[in-house]
Write a protein that binds this ligand. Sequence first.
Ligand code: DX5
Ligand code: ZN
Length: 214
Amino acid sequence: MGSVIISPSILSADFANLERDIKKVEDGGADWLHIDVMDGHFVPNITIGVPVTASIKKIARLPLDVHLMIENPEKYVEPFAKAGADILTFHYEAVEESKIKAVIDKIKSFGIKAGLSIKPGTSPERITEFLPYLDMVLVMTVEPGFGGQSFMENCAQKLPVIRANAPENLILQVDGGINDKTGRVCTKLGANSLVAGNYIYKSPDIKSAILSLR
Ligand code: DX5
Ligand code: ZN
């Protein structure tokens, strides 16, 4: 497997100093910026929305990897695409199965990458039929909603199942409780993109933390 895409989650940044904290991970060698969008319905927490994403776009050098943890994601594809998302990921559990392909197509119609995410309780076989249309699959390794939770090892076992059925260029991302050790577990099982919030932002040396994930 080639290089690993490191996507720091700005959920662990200081929101009163977001530009400063984004520069820290950009200067530290990150590849993407992971933006966690939560609506208080699909998950209990409320975080970042469209206006903040658009403001981040103005100052960010790196691609915006936007993770929608919201109900009715189809309604927000256009606003987030226009706000500057480069990769837009929605949840399998948030959309009726018969409508998932249409959401993927809608994302791609804006010329950006489409991702589909599964929660810990969702089996990987459920998304097999969508793999040919996707740029990325995001396997959650915690229950979505909060940063700083512990890695669920059993979720990582989904990675080889997805890898075995996926086109070669599919990006396979993991998110939740990722550090140098759990990240290695995931890349060995087929992940090639790591999201990390707490591990990167709570580290005294952000550059070394990012390097250790690589
Ligand atoms: C959780 C979010 C994650 C979170 C990861 O619902 O999707 O992106 O920020 O945070 P850590 O790496 O601290 O588990
Ligand atoms: Zn996330």
